[in-house]
Design a protein around this ligand. Structure first.
Ligand SMILES: *Cc1c(COP(=O)(O)O)cnc(C)c1O
Length: 246
């Protein structure tokens, strides 16, 4: 018997139970945060960040109620998507998207959270056009202007959005951000607020093909604060699947 076979079927019951419990706990906290913020229940959707998570553990999460899965890398996402085609799950792309990978993501992801340049938006539009589709995207904003991070600087997104509004196979649905790391969740609040204000400003441009309905912000440490500041999509990994070891 190979070591691999001996592990099949003995899927650590403790881990799977823990995942189911954590999914419920995160969903409950999302609902409480909505209520606390005076927002209608159900306005915030949970995107489970599944990078490095095994198919078995993702399946456990789906059984426990996850319906949107977010992947960071195209190569890792493709085989996972293939496994879940019969499940009622939607895939979002949340990582940095390389231009040369755009072609392989069109049609697979309901939403690309991380459009971080005009050039990338144009490539998505071109490839979506070739495929006869419209691609939903969010614009990623480097809200803390960190040199190590991708994303539009706030003033650049305001400048670029009218050009992106011309793209006929791309629907801009809102903004996404990953704020600078903070120790306590409350310190992230000003960044979330800035993203919300930016979305409000862009919404006043009243551009066709540009809607500012979605704010993708908040991760395991700070999603409740993000919800208080208007998040509609929270991207949560560790709080569901545990620490990543890869
Ligand atoms: C990994 C990841 C998350 C989830 O982070 P956690 O801290 O594990 O919840 C959210 N957004 C993006 C873009 C990620 O890469």
């Amino acid at each position: 018997m190979s070591g691999r076979e001996s592990c099949e079927g003995t899927m650590e019951p403790l881990i799977s139970e823990a995942i189911a419990k954590r999914v419920q706990s995160v969903l409950t906290k999302i609902r409480s945060a909505e209520e606390k913020a005076g927002r209608p229940v159900g306005t915030v959707r949970l995107v489970a960040a599944t990078k490095t998570v095994t198919i078995e553990h993702i399946a456990e999460g789906v059984r426990a109620g996850l319906s949107i899965l977010g992947e960071n890398r195209v190569q890792e996402a493709l085989p996972k998507i293939a496994v879940f085609t019969k499940e009622p799950v939607h895939w979002h792309f949340i990582g940095h998207l390389q231009r040369r990978k755009v072609r392989s993501v069109i049609g697979l992801f309901d939403l690309l959270h991380s459009v971080d340049s005009l050039d990338l938006a144009q490539e998505i539009d071109r490839r979506a056009g070739e495929a006869g589709r419209r691609q939903n995207v969010l614009l990623e904003v480097n809200i803390g202007k960190e040199p190590t991070k991708t994303g539009f600087h706030p003033e650049d997104v305001v400048r670029s959005v009218p050009m992106m509004a011309q793209l006929s196979h791309t629907c801009i649905k809102g903004l996404m951000t990953i704020p600078p790391p903070t120790i306590d969740p409350d310190s992230a609040r000003p960044y979330f607020r800035t993203l919300r204000d930016l979305a409000r400003q862009i919404a006043t441009f009243d551009l066709p093909t540009v809607r500012m309905d979605e704010l993708s912000m908040g991760m395991s440490n700070d999603y409740e604060v993000a919800i208080e500041e208007g998040a509609t999509l929270v991207r949560v990994g560790t709080a569901i699947f545990g620490e990543r070891h890869v």
